[in-house]
Design a protein around this ligand. Structure first.
Ligand code: PBG
Length: 303
């Protein structure tokens, strides 16, 4: 476990002078780009050098057009962060659900998400993030074929060296509840079970990971982390690329809520959960507790 392996997910909103607490995630905030520096400085002071940006635009539409707009919130954030914090490693979450009016992770055909039609939009989004300054892109949509589509599009623009961290084994999970509140991205109808995975299914997780590696994923991810340690281990043992795991919003909020009620001790549980992910085999750990964990690593409480 070391600080270099921590990734902090951050929510960026349109507007100015915004730093608003996310009600379902105490201690986590949405920032406008003019104030994101406060958090980025805190993180780099703590020794956390990687951040992943999620954009939450004011205007959402059917085709999620602010996901790939040159002046989209996340594109502006990348340009500013690249200029002002050149030592940070910037990762772009690539998905449509934060940008579509219907809240699904792809474009629709009737009441269904159209997998193949979505690929072009995801590729466009990835390219626009990298053009704006993203060092790596992380597709979280779970459409089939998106890693290959993104790789091809990046290569065509000359971004041969920009890696892809694929959310490969991403489950349809109730642990994402607080995130959807934070990103205002709950689907307006239906659910995500046609593209995210069934949590009963171990073998499918491995299959999805192998497909992503074949398509060119440089890092694969298991998500959520807690309750999925068996899969982190299986995938770590089975593929030759680094494995990331994402300790998602629900994991964070459960710890916060239980600690606030006095039922558990926050720091100890946070450390124990992180250690379990690393023990399972995670190489990179995406967590809302990144700064606090870095502090515990410095203090020798975990390592
Ligand atoms: C977007 C996305 C989600 C998360 C990361 N990327 C939400 C979802 O799939 O509904 C969840 C992260 C978290 O819960 O912290 N597709």
């Amino acid at each position: 476990m070391d600080k270099a392996s921590l990734i902090y997910p951050m929510f960026l909103v349109d507007g100015e002078n915004v730093r608003e607490e996310i009600s379902s995630m105490p201690g986590q905030y949405r920032y406008s780009t003019d104030r994101m520096g406060e958090k980025l400085e805190e993180l780099s002071d703590a020794g956390v050098s990687s951040v992943m940006f999620f954009g939450i635009p004011k205007q959402k539409d059917e085709l999620g057009s602010m996901a790939y707009a040159e002046d989209g919130v996340v594109q502006r954030a990348f340009r500013k962060a690249k200029r002002e914090y050149p030592n940070l490693y910037l990762i772009g979450d690539v998905c449509m659900c934060e940008y579509t009016s219907h809240g699904h992770c792809g474009v629709l055909c009737g009441q269904d998400v159209d997998n193949d039609k979505t690929l072009a939009y995801l590729a466009k989004t990835a390219v626009s993030q990298v053009q704006a300054g993203a060092d790596m892109v992380a597709p979280s949509d779970m459409m089939d074929g998106r890693v290959a589509a993104i790789r091809t599009a990046l290569d065509q623009k000359g971004f041969y060296h920009t890696p892809i961290m694929a959310y490969s084994a991403k489950f349809a999970s109730a642990f994402y509840g607080p995130f959807r509140d934070a990103a205002e991205s709950a689907p307006a109808f239906g659910d995500r079970k046609t593209y995210q995975m069934d949590f009963h299914n171990r073998r499918e997780a491995f299959k999805e990971v192998c497909l992503d590696v074949e398509e060119g994923a440089d890092i694969v991810m298991v998500k959520p982390a807690m309750a999925y340690g068996d899969l982190i281990r299986e995938i770590k043992d089975g593929v030759k690329v680094p494995v990331a795991s994402y300790s998602v919003s629900g994991e964070y909020s459960m710890v916060k809520a239980a600690a606030a009620s006095g039922y558990i001790e926050e720091e100890s549980v946070m450390c124990e959960l992180a250690a379990s992910a690393y023990r399972a085999g995670t190489d990179l750990y995406i967590t809302y507790f990144a700064k606090e964990l870095a502090g515990c690593m410095d203090a020798g409480k975990i390592g």
